[in-house]
Unconditional design. Structure first.
Length: 359
């Protein structure tokens, strides 16, 4: 009877987490449906003691707590409390999300992370399909889903839509290699098209680097098996370039985004100023204060953290990134999920969400 009750409670908690992932593409309002489902999930997981952290994940937890501590310390130096409150609240929430995903992954095992990845993939695929339909004016009321002539859908900015699709694109590649079904390669093409149509240069670079890293990850004896994948990439690239050259609007917009924008110089100067102020004030100036102290937002995660949370704040965050990368590579070297540990994989996956919220 106890086992049945435990199974049912685990199923309910998992269901709430899956609902949170399934609605993660609808964030034009706050709190978004994904936030509500996640809060319910986390509350239930805590009440039912469904969070577990391995020794290695405890180091990540320490870094997250240290990062939050620096947010609170820097909060004493803010010049605009009204600007700071929303930023520190969102930072706390995203840190809690990290704790929830990693802890529940450690409790449930591989199944929870596989479910998260699968749901995220399908949501990303559907989002990309809708983005393509919106861009080419296939569906009604398409004008509601644009911002500055770029597709944003139910996100607040196209620069959020693009990075959101990176993980689903890589997941499609991995499933293609695992099952050798062209449907996954076709879905990769669709999702990648969604990234391109967001016209986010950071998302383009993110996707390119992610694909290159993925292709060079296998051991030497396994790399031959990826020649087919590379060949398909080249084919899709040629097909994409051909499509761009045949569509005047697409070609013009693509060319414009590849060039230097009029605001790029201001952004670079803002990043330089943020770095100088950050080194001058090692304890930081408080969450959200880059919007107050600089002419424009730096649009650089590390410059923002340096000026707002100080040297220790940005250092703790960089260590969190490095830890996630090291743990991910352990999984590749060991060649199995069980060897690297579920917490470590959850560590890497949840970092995507924690990172994006700081932008």
């Amino acid at each position: 009877m106890l086992k049945i009750q435990k199974y049912k409670s685990d199923l309910v908690t998992m269901g709430l987490l899956m609902l949170s992932i399934a609605t993660s593409a609808f964030v034009s309002v706050e709190p978004a449906p994904t936030d509500i489902f996640f809060i319910l999930f986390l509350a239930l997981a805590i009440v039912l003691n469904q969070l577990y952290f391995s020794k290695s994940a405890m180091f990540g937890l320490f870094l997250v707590v240290l990062f939050l501590l620096m947010n609170f310390i820097s909060f004493f130096f803010v010049t605009s409390i009204s600007m700071s409150i929303p930023y520190i609240v969102i930072t706390i929430y995203m840190a809690v999300m990290w704790i929830g995903v990693v802890g529940f992954g450690g409790y449930c095992g591989v199944s929870s992370l596989k479910n998260i990845s699968s749901i995220y993939y399908f949501v990303g695929l559907i989002t990309a399909v809708v983005a393509i339909a919106v861009y080419f004016r296939i569906i009604p009321y398409y004008e509601e889903f644009f911002l500055f002539e770029r597709v944003k859908l139910f996100f607040k900015d196209p620069n959020v839509l693009g990075p959101f699709l990176i993980f689903p694109a890589l997941y499609a590649i991995s499933k293609y290699e695992e099952q050798k079904k062209m449907i996954y390669m076709f879905s990769f093409f669709i999702i990648t098209s969604g990234v391109i149509l967001s016209f986010s240069r950071a998302a383009w670079l993110n996707l390119a680097v992610a694909i290159l890293v993925y292709l060079f990850l296998p051991k030497f004896k396994e790399k031959r098996g990826r020649l087919k994948v590379v060949a398909v990439f080249i084919f899709l690239l040629i097909a994409g370039l051909a499509l761009i050259t045949t569509n005047t609007k697409l070609q013009t917009q693509f060319t414009e985004r590849l060039g230097i924008q009029h605001y790029d110089a201001e952004r670079f100067n803002s990043q330089k100023d943020a770095s100088l102020i950050g080194f001058t004030d090692p304890l930081g100036n408080g969450p959200g204060q880059s919007e107050v102290l600089l002419d424009i937002a730096p649009h650089n995660l590390f410059a923002r953290l340096l000026i707002e949370n100080g040297l220790l704040g940005v250092t703790s965050f960089i260590l969190l990134i490095v830890s996630a990368i090291v743990m991910a590579f352990k999984g590749v070297i060991n060649g199995s999920v069980s060897n690297v540990g579920v917490n470590e994989i959850g560590f890497s996956i949840s970092f995507t969400f924690f990172n994006s919220a700081q932008m």
